[in-house]
Design a protein around this ligand. Structure first.
Ligand SMILES: Nc1nc2c(ncn2[C@@H]2O[C@H](COP(=O)(O)OP(=O)(O)OP(=O)(O)O)[C@@H](O)[C@H]2O)c(=O)[nH]1
Length: 494
């Protein structure tokens, strides 16, 4: 069962329970059985699920709950807490410090996505101002060095490896030494992938660890590994001191439940998840928002992050300046479309909203909308700079429209549609006129200036409707009030 389905099943079970007029032992048991089934189907280890069920029953003593208590809320909270407990080993992992040398070693099964993840991890930190460097100590798989080299070059990250040396321990030690001398602050060591049965390879991994003395060992796990996750993770933990887990391929038909098992086996937190083959398809993992999403309770902070991607805040101050001046051009629309396409399937965004799940958004729909966006962009590719940067609505006369249609192989009617869309968006953005633009990088200041009114105007209307219009949006913002930080995003928090 993939994660989206797991979330769906759990929230359905909770919904069914809340539909019951009286919540008694039987109703609670049915709900818990349903959730247990869903978790098992998602490859969470049996013992973990059983313990969870016992704990919830211990916490939720129906007899003790005074009449008038919201039993459903209490049960939902207990499930939420138990799932969080499963994913939270109770101690944070080592966090590398910028400017201070840290060595991070990656281990994992063959093909788990280790090499790809090393580069993603390096790239993520590089963007945040670290100076990462990569060492390829995988001499087992032919081509591993080439792969790392290729990825590293693409991300402009220095790398170390050898085509001739066959001793991974030697390469690792030399590479780490070299980069330490050169003052890199995040030295990442990629090791050969291995299976738990391969004792010799496990010994090699132990030796690499001894030679490089990593501050952190990250276990990389493919999310589709299933019930084997617990044993595999434990085998690694017994050889080297795993301190964190990264779960990869969460984008595919992943049975993410294995992640829960790996945390239990290694007693280490999941710190990132891989969501695609590309360098930037990599997300910080936070337990509470993740579980919240699973339970259909929404993940407001991720939702806000997505909004910030579409309405780029600190990255594009010039753009914001133009918008606040009321200059919405076709070129700006083009750039926004690019951001939307980058944002990923719209259903993913919906799954971040309270009460929504990815499965609620029909598949066909998202394809349709991104095809339309791409079509619009093709037409805009046939426009001149003058047309793209103009704010004069009269400029786009009939002959220009015909030329664009011809140039992009589309119908004049479609060009007109695209221009209509532009006009609609320009109107929306004109309402943002006067929005105070903070100094570069001060995203919170900008966010403080944004209230529900502003937000409602920049959200796609369809999404706004799904949230429940202005009222829904306001209550969504209120919900975020529990965290001071988040309140700051909307104003009134401090
Ligand atoms: N869809 C998807 N594919 C991924 C992700 N991470 C890695 N991959 C792909 O998984 C495959 C294996 O990745 P590698 O990085 O070569 O795996 P590895 O663990 O280093 O392999 P060994 O060196 O043999 O141990 C590659 O095709 C990657 O592009 C992810 O998050 N999502």
């Amino acid at each position: 069962m993939v994660l989206a389905e797991l979330g769906g099943s759990i929230s359905r079970a909770l919904q069914q329970m809340s539909n019951a007029t009286v919540i008694d032992e039987k109703v609670l048991n049915e709900c818990l059985n349903e959730i247990t089934r869903a978790l098992l189907q998602s490859d969470v280890q049996f013992k973990l699920v059983r313990d969870m069920q016992t704990n919830i029953k211990k916490i939720v003593n129906l007899d003790d709950l005074a009449a008038g208590h919201n039993k459903r809320k209490i049960i939902q909270q207990a499930i939420f807490n138990e799932l969080c407990k499963m994913l939270d080993p109770g101690k944070p992992s080592f966090i590398p410090k910028k400017g201070k040398t840290s060595v991070v070693m990656f281990v994992g099964l063959q093909g788990s996505g280790k090499t790809t993840t090393c580069t993603k991890y390096a790239y993520y930190h590089q963007k945040k101002g670290w100076r990462p460097a990569l060492v390829c100590a995988d001499t087992f798989r032919a081509g591993a060095f080439d792969q790392l080299k290729q990825n590293a070059t693409k991300a402009k990250i220095p790398f170390y490896g050898s085509y001739t040396e066959s001793d991974p321990v030697k390469i690792a030690a030399e590479g780490v030494e070299r980069f330490k001398e050169e003052n890199y602050d995040l030295i990442i060591v990629d090791t050969s992938g291995r299976h738990k049965q391969e004792a010799a390879l496990f010994e090699e991994m132990r030796q690499v660890s001894e030679a490089t003395k990593p501050d952190l060992v990250i276990f990389v796990m493919d999310s589709s590994i299933g019930q084997a996750a617990f044993d595999q993770a434990q085998a690694f933990k017994q050889s080297v001191s795993v301190g964190a887990v990264i779960v990869t391929k969460m984008d595919g038909h992943a049975k993410g439940g294995g992640a829960l098992s790996a945390v239990a086996a290694t007693k280490s937190p999941v710190i990132f998840i891989g969501t695609g083959e590309h360098m930037d398809e990599f997300e910080v993992f936070d337990v509470k928002p993740f579980v919240s999403r699973l339970l259909g309770m929404g993940d407001l902070s991720a939702f806000m992050d997505k909004i910030h991607e579409v309405v780029p805040m600190d990255q594009q101050p010039e753009l914001l300046q133009k918008l606040s001046d009321g200059h919405f051009t076709l070129r700006i629309m083009y750039e926004q479309f690019q951001s939307i396409l980058k944002m990923g399937p719209i259903s993913q965004v919906f799954s971040m909203l309270p009460g929504f799940r990815a499965e609620l958004m029909p598949k066909g729909h998202e394809k349709e909308s991104s095809a339309k966006i791409k079509r619009y962009m093709t037409m805009m590719d046939s426009m001149t700079n003058e047309e793209l940067d103009s704010t004069n609505p009269k400029l786009m006369n009939e002959s220009r429209m015909m030329r664009i249609a011809r140039g992009s192989g589309r119908l004049v009617r479609e060009v007109m549609d695209m221009l209509e869309e532009y006009k609609r968006l320009a109107k929306v953005w004109s309402k943002m006129k006067g929005l105070k633009i903070p100094k570069k990088g001060d995203m919170n200041a900008l966010s403080r200036n944004m209230n529900a009114q502003h937000m409602s105007k920049v959200l796609p209307p369809q999404m706004l409707k799904q949230i429940g219009g202005m009222g829904g949006l306001q209550s969504l913002m209120k919900q975020m009030g529990s965290t001071k930080d988040m309140m700051g995003m909307f104003g009134g928090g401090d």
